[in-house]
Write a new protein. Sequence first.
Lengths: 417, 254
Amino acid sequence: MKTYTYKKNQEMMQRALKVIPSGVYGHLGPAEGCMIPTSAFPFFSSRAEGTFFWDLDGNRFIDFMCAYGPNILGYNDKDIDNAAAEQFKIGNCTTVPSSIMVEFAELLTATVRKDWAFFAKNGGDVTLLSTMVSRFYTGKKKIIFINGYYHGVAPWTQRADSPGTLREDCVNSIYIDFNDIEALKKVVAEDKDIACLIATPYFHGNFKDNVTPAEGYWKAVREICTKEGIVLIFDDVRCGFRLDLQGSDHFYGIEVDLICFCKAIANGYNISALCGKEFLKQAVGSIMYTGSYWMSAVPFAAGIATINKLVRARAPEYLRQQGLRFTKGLAKIAKENKVDLSISGEPALFYLLIKDDNSLILHQQWIAECAKRGLFLTNHHNHFINMSMSDEIIDEALDIANEAMKVMVANNPQVYR
Amino acid sequence: MQSPRTQAFVNMYAAMGTLDKYVELDPKAKEIASTMNLTIRFKVKDGPDAVLDFKDGAVSIAPYDGQKTNVLLFCTGPEQFNKVVDGKAMPIPLKGLVNVLKFMAKPDQPFNVLTTNMADTMRKTEFATKEEKALTTRLAFYAMTAALAQIANEDELGRISAGNMADGEISVGIKDDTYVTLAVKDHKITYIKKKAENARAFMEFADIDTTKGLIDGNLDAMSCICNGGLELKGFVPMLEQLNKVLNLVPKYLA
């Protein structure tokens, strides 16, 4: 296979570095995005369609990152874009909101089995709101986090050693491990000032195998939180709609008090939502919390179209099926190449890790070889399946993954004799 | 906030601790060092306790482990030791007064000339030759990387970062030029001035200019990652924590 070069991408990065901190900052950039080595990856897209994006050099990529989640139906899905365009013609950001907000709230709450919805823009907007609501409602201060968590980038989500975060931002944070009920029992016995427990539906931390909940884990957590008056929050920003259209709490057999949605909610149109149970509705309404674009109408229209299309297509079943098709194919390739490839997490958001060394270097080499041949994976993060991933596309991706793995193996004869 | 105790460890092992490389890399420094064949113990109450060994023009520094020394200099605490390093106070000589008077009592005596020259070399910003710039950069690189270990082990925030580090070696280097190893074990870092043989994570600056720019704060690390000036690879979670410690270095290495 021909390998890609990135001359125009690199030229654009030089322009970017002059006017944008870090060129491309955050998780889409080369640093936080762990593009190792940077020379193997594209930096800028020129267009996107379905499950593909093209970079500035015209290279086409089968994209298993889906913009880190928002692309659930396919880039530039015509049904969603048409719904958004129609709304755009009649109004978007207005002094009083469009009534389409109410229509979306009705559809969303009915879909995810909650009593109300509060809209914002990014996942971090609503994870923060979920903790504010919990503190206000319970009159308690502390937040339980699950080690390896990610709930955004605001100081309350960071550790005290993060640049820009104060020790004081973290004094009410309690950290326990996932699947560790005894640890939870211990902290709630020792501390009566706990407002909430915030967690993702399963452990999907970076750089390590993802872990699904042990049998009975969430049920036990639910019982403890109810007994102790602790608000149970699911951060479903990443998993939302990929596991279960009724919410990932439904998927794992419990009902949480608050649930945060964002990425897949409107197929790339910018909106997030906090949904919750009736008893917390008054508390949310008492908090002054708003933003300039939070009630813009176009994303609501996109959200309605997205949910309706996902429901019609029974999306979670298809996403799981295609995730299994790809990961089973990868497992076969790894076995043939005598590579110890670990595949973990839920199939619609699978996580990959080569375990033949303890430095991640072999894994990074494989992922880089994939990128150079048009298969966009990451070496640190879970991946995402979208509804445009046909069998043919997945088979093409497997061919690339196979060749890339053979190159990685050939480049490391000391490991693969 | 800057901790005097952490500052004392940085002064001991990153500032004075770079004398070994200074005399190795600069023949003039070696000549000065060769006039002193003695061992100096700096004992800081509630702080570092280390021995500087000058022998035949070479220098080494190591924690005091009971060996005999020619000179024993005592400081009543980290604050006093930090003032000594800044030239604003004197330590209390408890042993070897003759050697103190001979080598380090006045500004023009060998020990003081050596440390002053090294500090001046590290702070240089104008260079007549590429070699001068390389010397300054290499010394600053050694001081920075040595400081990383001390800050991770002593500073309150640094210890949080070290507390989240897995065991293993981190290779830090200037490509094809200078390498050191930060060996992490049980959330403590040991600093080794040689290339790692079995590193788990790698941080490599592309060249002397990039290294100098990053150390001086004229370049930012994220931009250098984007333009290839800084390569990170391997077990990235270790590097993420190391980067947090790196952010603390300017507080201690002015």
